[in-house]
Ligand binder design. Structure first.
Ligand code: NAD
Length: 498
């Protein structure tokens, strides 16, 4: 599997490849090329060459192509979801959900002409008008993580393309097929060659993008240390950078909450996609005397989950790689050693398959529930990024708030309560970018913007919505005089508005 540059498939020529696996069977299903600096340069050069004509393409024609991409995606999203399940492992319905959430951004981008409207002020001085326009930046890079191989790139590229930029996407090497599938769909939709390019790779290709002088902006999503590195390196070379990082998302369950609703929400948000979501709930903060009751309800639901091959009827699939599966299992060992109570233990779980395939070598780890976790434990401090839900018990609302606000991450959070006043207070007082009230995974709609606070985002612009349009454009202010261009002769004073 290679790259997609200037509208065609390009085999890798760096001599480096990485294996691609099916997480349900553990089988190596392919090899993906790892781009070196030369291949990245070729892709950026293609994006640069395509930029002037794409920038000058009328808004009507640009949005017509985005609309055609939407129509093709909507008709064929099952194909894309199959690819995601085969390389990531998440269950098919979840993969389809991911594509649909990405599609919402494509739909948002179809309405871009409205958002590119500038301002106009007539007669700011006698015979002089002033106006502003939103100009595209040029070639931009998108660097995405393994856990949403379709949705995360779609947080950015529909808006980047609709606003007149050209794109180089560097997807995760763990599930590289989705990006190529989307590239081919763009060509089918009529996008000119070079406007959307894909380079496969790892740190080497990321570093080449970070230092390429023709890349004007970088949208990165991944773990916090890499996000911080990308932000520091990209801004040091003068690029505009938004770098979304990792998370540790808390759900606060107040004593007056509907505990069945909260338990359903915790299980869904903790174990959906095997916990490999940046908006997964990984910490349940049980307030007051409800903890035993809540843990019992969560445990009962967790034990009923079906673990298996994502193409079948399972609720939860395998983890993405064997290495990641073992790391998450190791985090459970450490939690147990530090005194957490393992209420439901997923370490010995094996998956099933509805089809006649051997899943004995799959990267299985069952949903795991840890109780009596404390803020000092590694299971609380570190992002585990697997199907592990930690319960921390606190006495009151103030302690719950203090816990969240002193955590270095600030991606998502949720509160479960029947008290509108408490929810309203939480919404104002909590230092987190996305807040759910009786909603466990508050992923904003495409017309709002997605982003966390603190170590969950480096840069000041969130993804999609009006902030996305802002990120992919720069303002130009024009002052123009057409009437009476003879301006009264030579005058070296500062221009005045008379
Ligand atoms: P990752 O940081 O390992 O990789 C992300 C991207 O960076 C990939 O394209 C990868 O090839 C590249 N990369 C990896 N190591 C690099 C290095 N040393 N130098 C330069 N580039 C490098 O993340 P991942 O494991 O693919 O994804 C999971 C992480 O992403 C989790 O931490 C999760 O919370 C986070 N995430 C965050 C959001 C968000 O919106 N905040 C969304 C999805 C995932």
């Amino acid at each position: 599997m290679g790259h997609w540059i200037a509208g065609t498939d390009r085999p890798g020529n760096s001599g480096r490849t990485a294996p691609v696996t099916d997480p349900a069977t553990g089988r190596v299903t392919g090899a993906v090329a790892m781009a070196g600096p030369e291949e990245v340069r070729t892709a950026v050069a293609a994006a640069s060459a395509a930029f002037p004509a794409w920038r000058d393409t009328s808004l009507s024609r640009r949005t017509a192509i985005v609309f055609r991409f939407r129509e093709l995606l909507n008709a064929r999203k099952g194909e894309l979801a199959q690819l995601i399940t085969a390389e990531h492992g998440k269950v098919f319905s979840d993969a389809l959900g991911e594509v649909s959430r990405g599609q919402e951004v494509v739909e948002f981008a179809c309405g871009i002409p409205h958002l590119l409207e500038g301002g106009f002020t007539q007669n700011v001085s006698t015979g002089v008008d002033a106006y502003s326009v939103h100009a595209p930046l040029g070639p931009v890079a998108i660097i995405s993580p393994f856990n949403f191989p379709a949705m995360v790139p779609m947080w950015f590229f529909p808006i980047a393309i609709a606003t007149g930029n050209t794109v180089v996407l560097k997807p995760s090497e763990k599930d590289p097929s989705a990006a190529l599938w989307m590239a081919r769909l763009w060509t089918e939709a009529g996008l000119p060659a070079g406007v959307f390019n894909v380079v496969q790779g790892d740190k080497e290709s990321v570093d080449a993008l970070l230092t390429d002088p023709e890349i004007t902006a970088i949208s990165f999503v991944g773990s916090t240390p890499i996000a911080e590195y990308v932000y520091a390196s990209g801004t040091a070379t003068g690029k505009r950078v938004q770098a979304l990082g990792g998370a540790k998302n808390h759900a606060v369950i107040l004593p007056d909450a509907d505990l069945d609703l909260a338990a359903d929400a915790l299980v869904s948000a903790g174990y959906g996609s095997a916990g490999e979501r940046c908006m997964a709930i990984s910490v349940a903060v049980a307030v007051g005397d409800i903890a035993d009751d809540l843990v019992a309800r969560v445990a009962q639901r967790t034990r009923g989950l079906r673990i298996g091959d994502g193409h079948g009827e399972a609720d939860m699939g395998p983890l993405v790689t064997r290495g990641h599966r073992d790391k998450v299992a190791g985090a459970i060992d450490i939690a147990e050693g530090e005194g957490a109570r393992v209420v439901v233990d997923g370490r010995a779980a094996t998956g099933t398959s509805d089809a006649d395939i051997d899943v004995s070598q799959g990267f299985w780890l069952g949903p795991t529930l840890l109780d009596h976790v404390t803020p000092a434990m590694a299971a609380y401090r570190e992002e585990i990024f697997g199907p592990v839900l930690a319960v921390v018990r606190v006495a009151g609302y103030e302690q719950a708030l203090e816990l969240i606000n002193s955590n270095p991450y600030g991606n998502g959070t949720a509160i479960f309560t029947r008290d509108g006043g408490a929810a309203r207070r939480f919404q104002y007082e909590v230092e987190v970018g996305m807040v759910g009230i009786n909603v466990p995974i508050p992923v904003p709609m495409a017309y709002y913007s997605f982003g966390g606070w603190k170590s969950s985002l480096f840069g000041d612009t969130h993804a999609h919505g009006v902030q996305g349009v802002h990120f992919f454009t720069r303002t130009k202010a024009v002052t123009s005089r057409w009437l009476d261009p003879s301006h009264g002769g030579l005058h070296l004073g500062f221009p005045r508005n008379d």
